[in-house]
Design a protein around this ligand. Sequence first.
Ligand SMILES: C=C(O[C@@H]1C=C(C(=O)O)C=C[C@H]1O)C(=O)O
Length: 88
Amino acid sequence: MGALRDSIDNIDAAVVHMLAERFKCTQRVGQLKADHALPPADPAREARQIARLRQLAESAKLDPAFAEKLLTFIIAEVIRHHETIARS
Ligand SMILES: C=C(O[C@@H]1C=C(C(=O)O)C=C[C@H]1O)C(=O)O
């Protein structure tokens, strides 16, 4: 079980690093949107991302509903960041 937990810890670390990189990109998008007076959220883009992620999840044998919940949770945080940038 120790080896499995080592792998779990490595995967958790990778997730954190990947999320940090994703948020760096989304912060830059948020600044561009604020510079061009664009709205923080883009529901059409989100719908495409969710459809794509659900398909990826299915082929990876991951529950698509879980994948959608996770992406929606992350995007909600990004939109909060964009709203903060727009107000600043
Ligand atoms: C990052 C963007 O802003 C928002 C956040 C998104 C995301 O985290 O992937 C996607 C769409 C937008 O609602 C974007 O428009 O690309």
